[in-house]
Design a protein around this ligand. Structure first.
Ligand code: G4P
Length: 523
């Protein structure tokens, strides 16, 4: 049994792609799926391409906006590996789901547009990965267009993100003349060719000074290439696998997803270097994937996958052991045993029943309302996985119910949607006003929509100017200190949280309370 489990675990790679909208995530994901011949698609890649792909447009709003509101999971096999890609909403209006999805990944691929460099959303997502210390692989995309100098981009990784980089390959030519890469580790030249560019000419060389490089790359590119590679050797960071695995050094690949340039090389290197499913911290210490007892945790709950059935699906990341359909496991928070009878991998319309699954895999569990984000399931022992951090929202609205007679339903809706993690709930001190916080504007619309459609309640949202929340610990908290461009509230657990309109207000509060800690995530 253990041997079988070991094999399954070693085959698996579970990762998320982090990027700013338009960097090419949909395109890259599609190319990766093509290489693999996707065996299971959960939702897709993006609503905009709905005509080409199965999508999880389960929600009207998603259709209207043409974007995917929720993250989904895709699985494919490639050369002996089983790959799980966790999709994260690529639109500007991303949500907390995006952050939580990252907790289910063992590594991340950071996709960067070579003309734009590190952009806002990439930065936020990067910070979440950094917090978890997972390995981050970088793909610099759109090399077929005139972009920025590769050195400048690497410098930006260091200056804006604080991560060192190791270019695994280096572009030969750029823009219309981008024709291949030099692989620094394998010391080979890879030239792209053929319509689908799966065909690459690979020529092993003795290093970049090998005359063969000049012959293959052509004189026109050679001087620049040799100069760049020399500079990298002299001034660049050495490759250090330990640093890669701890997320301190990012291997960088260059390519053009749309032309399929460099995607296969990237995939193959990535699969070699990226870790197989990692252990997770729990109340009982680290739980290793090779532990024979099945365990996992819910990192996301999606309501109304099928509007006809009003059901919810809990997404479970398997941490250890083998999952088998119909098995009985303990729902630790509830202290009850439950039978996992209808686990699903999703196809857009049809849901595919999973017979077995292994650490690193994500399965969907039918949820009649028994799961919460962060819930642990375990075959043996009361394992409680480390709670997923609650990140500071960035947009805040005061909420009220339009029809006071509907107060009960309103309260139920707010409670359930908070529990599901769709919004964060805060209550003002004294007046007990309700403020909800989210990380993307779309979440407000989804909230309004779901309150009306699922709970029959019209809500009124009043936008506030607050931009950050900080959880305050370590000192006596005095509401009087938060009067100007700030407000003191409590979160759903009763923790004190200060909301600020700007950095200045936050700094002022920090100066007034030198002994307090202002935390970016809930304690
Ligand atoms: P996203 O999911 O990160 O938002 O990006 P998406 O893949 O949708 O790509 C955004 C745009 O960038 C698309 O163009 C896409 O074709 C283009 N793109 C992706 N990879 C490359 C690349 O390697 N080189 C170049 N030149 N373009 C690339 P669009 O015009 O917005 O959409 P479409 O009409 O092509 O679908």
């Amino acid at each position: 049994m253990t041997n079988g489990l070991e094999l399954e675990v070693s085959k698996r790679r579970t990762f998320a792609i982090i990027s700013h909208p338009d960097a090419g995530k949909t395109t890259l994901t599609e190319k990766l799926l093509l290489f693999g011949g996707a065996i299971r698609l959960a939702g897709t890649v993006k609503g905009r391409k709905a005509n080409k792909h199965a999508t999880s447009d389960w929600m009207e709003i998603e259709k209207q906006r043409g974007i995917s509101v929720t993250s989904s999971v895709m699985q494919f096999d490639y050369e002996g590996h089983r790959v799980n890609i966790l999709d994260t909403p690529g639109h500007q209006d991303f949500s907390e789901d995006t952050y939580r999805t990252l907790t289910a990944a063992d590594s991340a691929v950071m996709l960067i547009d070579s003309a734009k460099g590190v952009e806002a959303q990439t930065k936020k997502l990067f910070q979440v990965c950094r917090m978890r210390g997972i390995p981050i692989f970088t793909f610099i995309n759109k090399l077929d267009r005139e972009g920025r100098n590769p050195f400048e981009l690497l410098e930006e990784l260091e200056n804006l993100l604080g991560i060192r980089s190791y270019p695994m390959n280096w572009p030969i030519g750029s823009g219309k003349q981008f024709c291949g890469v030099y692989d620094r580790q394998k010391t080979q030249v890879e030239l792209f060719q053929g319509d689908d560019h799966k065909q690459i000419t690979v020529r092993k060389v003795e290093g970049y000074t090998d005359p063969l490089v000049q012959e293959i790359a052509g004189n026109f590119f050679y001087d620049q290439l040799a100069q760049d590679l020399e500079l990298l050797d002299v001034a660049g960071d050495p490759f250090d696998m330990e640093k890669v695995l701890s997320g301190e050094l990012t291997p960088v690949f260059f390519g053009s997803a749309i032309n399929n340039f460099g995607v296969q090389t990237f995939l193959e290197n990535f699969l070699q270097l990226a870790p197989s499913p990692e252990p997770r911290n729990s109340s009982q210490g680290k739980i290793e994937p090779l532990d024979n007892n099945f365990s996992g945790y819910v990192f996301k709950i999606q309501a109304n996958m099928n509007p006809a059935h009003r059901d919810r699906i809990a997404f479970l990341r398997i941490v250890s052991g083998k999952f088998e359909r119909g098995m009985t496991v303990k729902h630790v928070r509830e202290g009850k045993n439950i039978k996992l009878a209808q686990p699903q991998q999703f196809l857009a319309q049809d849901r595919d029943i999973v017979e077995d699954a292994f650490p690193g895999d994500i399965i969907g569990l039918f949820d009649p309302g028994i799961f919460r984000i962060g819930d642990s399931l375990s075959q043996k022992g009361d394992i409680v996985f480390e709670e997923l951090p609650t990140f500071s929202p960035e947009l805040f609205c005061k909420v009220s119910v339009k029809n006071a007679l509907k107060y009960k339903q309103y309260q139920k809706g707010i409670d359930q949607l908070t529990e599901e993690g769709m919004i964060q709930l805060f209550t003002t001190i004294g007046f007990e006003d309700t403020i909800i916080g989210v990380v993307g504007q779309l979440q407000f619309e989804v909230f309004e929509y779901r309150m009306k459609n699922e709970y029959g309640v019209d809500v009124q949202l009043h936008r506030t100017n607050f931009q950050f929340a900080r959880w305050i610990t370590g000192d006596k908290v005095d509401p009087a200190k938060f009067r100007i461009n700030s407000q003191l509230v409590k979160d759903k657990k009763g923790n004190f949280v200060a909301l600020f309109e700007n950095e200045y207000a936050m700094r002022t509060a920090m100066e007034k309370m030198p002994d307090a800690k202002f935390l970016e995530t809930a304690p």
